[in-house]
Design a protein around this ligand. Structure first.
Ligand code: ATP
Length: 272
């Protein structure tokens, strides 16, 4: 088995094609990506450039056509890695309370599963409640998902993604369905969660301001074939604020990212 020590996540000369023959889609051309432990990397680019494909490769949902994917120094799938995930749709279970939804990974993911059965439920409950308090949902633990707004559901979904202290947090457009004000509130909450826990984060987003606010690096991709065309460091001090997003340096970063995506699309207009 191949091992790799240096980066927490590494795509080493990976290509990925879906399907075969006439229906084959080359989703990723030769791609290299290295993400250090505790780093926060955003993937941005036009629709269909392969952002979600990279997340699927890193979680082991699909296998690279060529090349290797390493997570925690081992080929993906070789060793279980604690992963937390959040998507555009919060996907909470409607028949469980918010607290029980947040505790779900502790019932499923080893080693917590065994500990849960061994009656550490009270401790786990406190852990879920502390997280809910950190994201401003104190007092909502006993409610059901249908009783919460979209922004509150997404906060709960972040708690569920983090409750088992994942080494790797995968976020696929987690705030894409929310209004701008709620989204900005959640950026602050996610930054706070990341600063206190420091998981390695891969964030897929179409929102360049979101990428610049949250990430330490923004990887810009282009489509057909999908590839990373630029890896931009983002050096603004933490904790970042919404005011920072109006500074000239931040505006010029998002402008540059936008120009890269416009040229990657091969056009002069950008829809979003
Ligand atoms: N299961 C599949 N079968 C065939 N083609 C696929 C499959 N999944 C993705 N693709 C194709 O692979 C390419 C990359 O898809 P992917 O979903 O990774 O892009 P993306 O950058 O996440 O797009 P979006 O921003 O629209 O979500 C696209 O051309 C897509 O149509």
């Amino acid at each position: 088995m191949t091992t790799r020590a240096e980066a927490f996540v590494e795509l080493h000369d990976v290509t990925l094609s879906y399907g075969r023959g006439a229906s084959r889609v080359d989703a990723l051309a030769t791609t290299a990506l290295r993400v250090g432990s505790g780093d926060f990397v955003a993937l941005v680019g036009p629709s269909g450039c392969g952002k979600s494909t990279i997340l699927k490769l890193v979680t082991g949902l699909i296998r690279a056509s060529t090349g290797y994917v390493y997570v925690a120094g081992r080929e993906v799938g070789a060793e279980p890695v604690r992963v937390g995930m959040a998507f555009q749709n919060p996907t909470l279970l409607p028949w469980l309370t918010i607290r029980d939804n947040v505790m779900l990974p502790l019932k499923i993911v080893p080693p917590f599963r065994a500990e849960y059965r061994a009656k550490r439920k009270t401790e786990f409950r406190d852990r879920a409640d502390a997280l809910l308090e950190q994201v401003g949902l104190k007092g909502f633990a006993d409610r059901f998902p249908w009783q919460l707004s979209g922004g509150m559901l997404q906060r709960a979904s972040l708690c569920r993604a983090l409750v088992h202290d994942p080494q790797l947090l995968m976020l696929d457009e987690p705030f894409g369905a929310l209004d701008q004000f709620t989204r900005e509130e959640l950026w602050a909450i996610l930054q706070d969660l990341w600063l206190t826990r420091k998981p390695t984060v891969l964030l897929v987003t179409h929102d360049l301001k979101e990428a610049g606010y949250l990430a330490n690096r923004v990887c810009v991709m282009r489509a057909r074939p999908g590839e990373i065309i630029e890896d931009c460091p983002v050096d603004f001090a933490r904790p970042r604020t919404i005011d920072m997003t109006y500074t000239p340096d931040f505006v010029s970063l998002t402008q540059r990212l936008r120009e890269l995506i416009v040229s990657a699309r091969g056009g002069t207009e950008l829809a979003s």
